[in-house]
Ligand binder design. Sequence first.
Ligand code: ZN
Length: 93
Amino acid sequence: MFRYRPQPCTNCGKVLDAGSRPGDEEYTPEHSKQQGHGAAMICLACGHVMILEDGTLRDLTDKEIIELAGDRDLVMIQNAILAAKRAADNDGD
Ligand SMILES: [Zn+2]
């Protein structure tokens, strides 16, 4: 896991300050940059995907959305977050 400057999710406003990637201990924003793109971050509160670039979270460009659509890990994590959120939302009903 790595830390970055605390800042709000661009979608839900939840303050985020850390990232990690399952199964990849070496993963850092710098590693991701070497591969030619910013580090994709998923908000754990809402499942929104952002890019961490130079310590700042921003929304994806159209090109990045297309590139990341094929990222199996990202899709799996996002699905898990959204399923957990749906379960939590239905809890009170
Ligand atoms: Zn969010």
